[in-house]
Design a protein around this ligand. Structure first.
Ligand code: NDP
Ligand code: 8X3
Length: 252
């Protein structure tokens, strides 16, 4: 059965960008499948958003659960028109040779493997219906290197080219693909997760006015709202207090 409202599935909707995107899309008139690992957060979000939001526990690194989509969704929610690949994380800021192998593995499993497998699960339906939109959260870290970004930045560079390559495969189809690549953004749990320390996380945003999750949600709403013949391939966004500030030279 098709539903008059479009359905969006947002990964990582229990915090930060995903939470703001899920709420914004409900406001924009979508039915939203909000996913993440923390059930109590999903339940709270469902209470806040009302009947057009379905909380659905999903760990994107659980490949059996990801591959079971969309058939594992409740009846009436299986036609996903918009996929927002937002779930992701950075772990640590150590130099490459000092990092924990498990941190690299988790970033790759979440930001790369989870993202491509959920896309593989939901894209065929969009192609069959010849309508849909895949939006992924990349990062400025996928374009500009910085010390300690090593595998995190590389996963986001992967997202950029994966989305561009999707566009190539989708040529001739009415399915859109967009990479949204923000820079410094506060108001989420990103730095707590990365640094494992609330004080260190707060210091990242000291004396700055970073982007906020609502700015990302606004951008998602904008790319979705454009006429169907318009595809935004990539959006790179930074707060005004941030810029790429040149190459470094070792003068020791
Ligand atoms: P948060 O840490 O606030 O949110 C991350 C979300 O991802 C949470 O909802 C978390 O939910 C979910 N998540 C993490 N691992 C998994 C998993 N294995 N399965 C399902 N969900 C998972 O971070 P942000 O909102 O800041 O980041 C969102 C995205 O934007 C990420 O991809 C990040 O890399 C990217 N980004 C962030 C920037 C920033 O400065 N904040 C800038 C540029 C890009 P749960 O723990 O409940 O599973
Ligand atoms: C998050 C932005 O600069 O911390 O992707 O890598 S940054």
């Amino acid at each position: 059965m098709t539903h008059p409202l479009k359905t969006a599935l947002v990964t990582g909707a229990t915090a930060g960008f995903g939470h703001a995107i899920a709420l914004r899309l409900v406001k924009e008139g979508f039915r939203v499948i909000a996913t993440g690992r923390r059930q109590e957060r999903l339940d709270a979000l469902a209470k806040e958003a009302g009947e057009n939001l379905l909380p659905f526990k999903l760990d994107v690194t659980d490949l059996a659960a990801v591959k079971a989509l969309p058939g594992s969704l409740p009846e009436g929610w299986q036609q996903v028109d918009v996929l927002v690949n937002n779930a992701g994380l950075a772990l640590g800021l150590e130099k490459a040779w000092e990092t924990k192998p498990s941190d690299w593995e988790q970033m790759i499993a979440t930001n790369v493997t989870g993202l491509v497998e959920i896309t593989r699960a939901l894209l065929p339906g969009m192609v069959d219906r010849n309508a849909g939109h895949v939006i992924s959260l990349g990062s400025t870290a996928g374009t500009y290197p910085y010390p300690g970004s090593n595998v995190y930045g590389a996963t986001k560079a992967f997202v950029d080219l994966f989305m561009r390559n999707l566009r190539s495969d989708l040529l001739g189809k009415q399915v859109r693909a967009t990479n949204i690549a923000p820079g410094l953004c506060g108001g989420s749990e990103f730095s707590q997760v990365r640094l494992g320390d609330n004080q260190k996380a707060a210091a990242v945003y000291e004396h700055t006015k970073p982007l906020l999750p609502e700015d990302i949600a606004e951008t998602v709403a904008w790319v979705l709202k454009l006429p169907p013949h318009v595809n935004i391939n990539m959006v790179e966004m930074m707060p005004i207090c941030q810029a790429a500030a040149g190459l470094a030279v070792d003068r020791t």
